[in-house]
Design a protein around this ligand. Structure first.
Ligand code: AMP
Ligand code: MG
Length: 346
């Protein structure tokens, strides 16, 4: 009897020790910092990549998965090249009737109208007809005629984009208008992806969707995130950046006519169009904006590509708190706003 009592007692002690060890190992694993880099994924007509830093490995993968899920969701709403997207439905029908949309798409449109006003019309998501005209002409290797540009311009202007916040509906004042969110949707998606990562428990993160980047917290080595600005005059795919920046808790967006363009008769034309002239914006070869809102970074980079240095700085950068710019002109002159200097890596 006593022998059995001893065996049971020892077994219980061993089981308790094992349980304590399991809890200890689990807690230690939760304290270890992990970094996971996602593979490149094609979404929003570009390449996206996410890095998560978390305590505990599962959280890292979970936060990356949640972020991508959100990015794909925004793409399904806002991609005009996907015939099944909500934006395509708007483009097909809003010239004839009110089209109700999801809150997120409505948010992008409301923000777009604000940036249209702030930029004196340089940022205009109703550029769809002009984008289509230039694309069709580029395919035929011809430059659009003045008449074609004048006709397309009649369908452009965010003052003709009517939003009703009572029922989240969209209506075009003129039939034939179409929206193109290529200049803002990626920056918007970066912010929502960041929210998902924070919710999933990430302590640091880096999200890149094409030229739109958002970062928060620190790297696994407790450092800032390093971002290079591609040299627009070197065909090296960004391998030797012209400048390096160390960032945390900001968004950075770069628009440039070297990133996407059309070639007509051997000449490059930027994919960014000046809604006033209907022709491509050629004042700057690279525009980088650093600010704490992804949509704003994206929209301002596109807008300043149209506005040029003087107007862009006066209307957008100097008037907006904690918003910085790095602008590169075709003659290779680089302008760095005062506050941007704090981010430069020497
Ligand atoms: P980004 O690369 O962010 O500068 O955006 C450029 C994309 O935005 C283009 O490929 C067009 O889809 C769209 N876009 C072109 N011009 C404008 C403009 N003036 N305002 C808003 N979006 C534009
Ligand atoms: Mg943009």
């Amino acid at each position: 009897m006593e022998k059995w009592y001893g065996i049971i007692k020892n077994t219980i002690i061993v089981l308790i020790l094992v349980a304590i060890a399991i809890v200890f190992i689990h807690q230690t694993r939760q304290q270890i910092i992990y970094r996971i880099d996602s593979p490149n994924k094609i979404v929003m007509n570009t390449v996206a990549k996410i890095t998560a830093v978390t305590y505990g490995k599962e959280k890292a993968q979970k936060s990356i998965d949640a972020a991508f899920e959100k990015i794909f969701e925004i793409d399904r709403l806002a991609n005009r090249y996907d015939p099944n997207s909500q934006l395509s439905k708007v483009n097909r029908l809003a010239g004839r009737e009110k089209v109700k949309v999801d809150k997120e798409l409505f948010d992008i449109l409301q923000k777009s109208i604000n940036y249209y006003r702030a930029s004196d019309g340089a940022f205009d998501v109703t550029v769809g007809p002009l984008v289509d005209l230039w694309r069709t002409c580029a395919e035929a290797n011809s430059i659009p005629s003045d008449k074609q540009i004048t006709d397309a311009k009649k369908l452009v202007g965010s003052d003709k984009l009517l939003l009703d916040s009572n029922d989240f509906s969209v209506r075009f004042a003129v039939e034939g208008m179409s929206l193109d969110l290529g200049g803002i949707a990626k920056g918007f998606a970066v912010d929502l992806a960041k929210d998902q990562m924070l919710k999933a428990g990430a302590s640091g993160g880096f999200i890149a969707i094409g030229g739109e980047i958002g970062c928060f917290g620190n790297t696994e080595d407790n450092e800032n995130w390093t971002v290079g600005i591609q040299n627009p005059f070197a065909a090296d795919n960004g391998e030797n950046p012209i400048l390096k920046l160390a960032l945390s808790n900001v968004n950075i967006s770069t628009s440039g006519n070297y990133r996407r363009f059309e070639t007509i008769g051997g000449k490059h034309f930027s994919h960014i169009l000046d809604p006033k002239t209907g022709t491509s914006a050629e004042e700057l070869v690279s525009v980088t904006i650093i600010t704490s809102d992804g949509s704003q970074a994206d929209a301002y980079a596109t807008a300043i590509s149209v506005m040029g240095v003087d107007k862009g700085l006066k209307l957008l950068i100097e008037k907006t708190k904690e918003t910085e710019a790095i602008l590169i002109k075709p003659n290779r002159e680089v302008y760095i706003s005062k506050g941007a200097a704090q981010y430069l890596v020497k």
